[in-house]
Design a protein around this ligand. Sequence first.
Ligand SMILES: NC(=O)c1ccc[n+]([C@@H]2O[C@H](COP(=O)([O-])OP(=O)(O)OC[C@H]3O[C@@H](n4cnc5c(N)ncnc54)[C@H](O)[C@@H]3O)[C@@H](O)[C@H]2O)c1
Length: 269
Amino acid sequence: MSTRRPAGSVSHNNSGRVVLVSGGANGIGRAICDLFAESGATVVCLDVDDQAASGLQDGIDFVRGDTSVEDDCRNAVEFTVEQHGGLDILVNNAAIQPPASYVPLDELPSEAWQRMLGINLSGYMFLAKHAVRVMKKQQSGVIVNMSSGQAHRTARGVPAYGPIKAANLHQARQWGVEYAREGIRVVSVSPGAIDTPLVRASLEAQGGEKELANRHPLGRIGRPEEVAAAVLWLSSQAASFVTATDLEVDGGLGAFGSFADPYPLPESP
Ligand SMILES: NC(=O)c1ccc[n+]([C@@H]2O[C@H](COP(=O)([O-])OP(=O)(O)OC[C@H]3O[C@@H](n4cnc5c(N)ncnc54)[C@H](O)[C@@H]3O)[C@@H](O)[C@H]2O)c1
């Protein structure tokens, strides 16, 4: 019988590696937790959603915490190291995009900006800061920041999410350069539209599922496992010369254009 693996299968063996995933209870983070666990890694999920986390597969540890709170981030890193002896991979994934934030800047409630800044940007920084302290001692580690296609190209209606996702790219570049000589790689991943609760909550603002799918040259939106597979590769030895850069996992969206406008353009004069 052939031992060839089918195209697209992921063959990384992560046994002995310890992974901390923020926002791992749902969507893309959940798929990342699952794929790392299936590849033999020890996985810790940090999330605010206890209910969804109760459905995590056996063997995945859950730490309840809000990534916008530095103490919660420190606690999750400490728990991981105390329980499992180290931290090899941090996936900064927890982020929010409330449907009410799909408005022009002058209509954006400042509370929405502050909340997105706290979770989507400061949260990544808090977790990375405490993870790096561990990784420097180990002289090894990988950090993956979940960014977005919205970081590279923009659309109307994302005055907070777009700029803050762009900052996630630059966090990865800056930290990647800073810690390259300490054996720590830092990268970002920029998904196109992926079928998760976050996207389902904003389908209307994106013109509906069909319109959103059509904007991707592959003619569909992506699956969380397809983003997880990229994260696994980037975290593996196969990507040992990849740092301070970004990988778009977007069905070709970036080469084609951008996400849909959430509201009609005014008539041109
Ligand atoms: N789904 C997409 O199309 C898409 C596209 C581009 C980028 N992304 C990015 O991918 C990542 C995951 O998105 P998703 O679609 O899976 O989202 P999701 O809403 O389905 O899941 C996000 C998870 O983060 C958790 N979370 C939210 N706030 C938190 C906090 N303060 N502390 C801890 N956990 C918190 C939620 O409970 C949830 O489990 C995000 O960074 C998002 O910006 C998603």
